[in-house]
Design a protein. Sequence first.
Length: 161
Amino acid sequence: MQLKFDWLIVLENLQRGIMVTDTTLEGPAGPRIIYVNRAWLKMTGHGRDELACKTPRILQGKHTDRAVLSSLKQKLLNRELFHGQTWNYRKSGEPFLMNWYCYAIYGERSRPIYDVAEQEDVTELEGLRMKQRLLVNPGDAEALAFFFILDEWKASRKTTR
Ligand SMILES: Cc1cc2nc3c(=O)[nH]c(=O)nc-3n(C[C@H](O)[C@H](O)[C@H](O)COP(=O)(O)O)c2cc1C
């Protein structure tokens, strides 16, 4: 087994978005973003140089589900694995469904030193699932809300041009 390898090149080339933050969960300044990989930058449209002193809240907006965020906080405080999904927003304002796992990385004496997220845009996949649901039940409220959010964004772009 090769003991020395370039871990940064591996992180940078993973297919999923990776975000590493500090472990400050309370207060508006935390958790502070320490590292994101290239897939994360591509998914969100943010530039690496814009992220100094920022928190993952830059991804949130009016359709972000606060219950999902409370669950994330609670899971991290309980030292559990979080897995959830909610609406997030690219730098352009475009909504997308973020699906992510989040957990702490522990250092000496089991002290949490980083929080890490593995993140994926699942809007397209979820869109196919929601279309199927509408075929079965045209009044499916959750599926209608899904397309309403995307249509609302498309309409807002037309009016601002
Ligand atoms: C490593 C990590 C990744 C996170 N990623 C996201 C994310 O992709 N989208 C999101 O809406 N919130 C994300 N959050 C959650 C927010 O940073 C914040 O913890 C959440 O909004 C709850 O805190 P608040 O109630 O003070 O806002 C992440 C948090 C951590 C620690």
